[in-house]
Design a protein around this ligand. Sequence first.
Ligand code: LMR
Length: 333
Amino acid sequence: MTHARRRLLAAALALPLAARAQAPIVIKFSHVVAPDTPKGKAAQRFKELAEARTGGRVKIELYPNSQLYKDKEEMEALQLGSVQMLAPSLAKFGPLGVKEFEVFDLPFLFKDTAAFRAITEGPLGAELFRKLEPKGIKGLAYWDNGFQIMSANRPLRQVSDFQGLKMRIQSSKVLDAQMRALGAIPQVMAFSELRQALQTGLVDGTENAPSNLYTQKIHEVQKHMTLSNHGHLAYAVIVNKKFWDGLPGDIRGALEAAIKEATAYANAIASTENAAALQGIQASGRTTLHTPTPAEMNEWKKALMPVHQEMAPRVGKATIAAAYKAAGFVAPD
Ligand code: LMR
């Protein structure tokens, strides 16, 4: 072998070694729920896929259960670059000034999961992500969780059962209006503070997806839950835009592929995870589950439909119209 050839070969062999010797790119992924929820499991799946597909050049550090930041702080941390990735619920974007996201909080908007996905996988989902970019945030994917139920220490069957109850909500004006329309008193509170607030009586009840209620052991501090499916809980997987745009192209591509796969996984497990959580709640014997009658649901819908009109100036008429169209929403009689 000639000297020049030997040098070429040595350089080719040295390259991967040098690349391997470099410290991995660390992505801190913070979220507020338990690891054994649809979001927690999908985050874990993403970590495994991302690390494998980048051959260890990327390390994903997961911080579940508000270990690093509570709801509002995590968004600030992402914008500042203290964390690189989050998957907040869609309700968390209103306080950021992107009020159109609160369209997802409109009560009884989605008849089923397909109606929700028709929005997130269509032009409205993409348009909403574009609105995050001036805030230094890039939206990568929507992850589903599922329909929300109501809990309290008394049965919530009729609208009058809500009268005067302090109900914890996420910081969304639509959710605020929803609780007021039911006669309850909405209380904005971080997810990490919910269980203790219910236990000490600071609030009387809440709404959430069964997987969140079960993994936070809310059924140990609430006597009744109503399977109302009045609202829907889903997430946006987001990254700090500057960080993302600055990644080497091949790494970004590998991460995008990992996100795509983790998203399919998240959306595939959401409904079975929530059904299993409901079974767990029932088996605990601590909480009575109520399935509302059609007449009871009609009464809730009657009370809650005006929230759509009331919130139109905030959420935007065009956004609501686009959501109705994509979701095939038909107003109840
Ligand atoms: C909540 O605050 O109730 C939810 O956003 C928690 C979550 O992220 O599922």
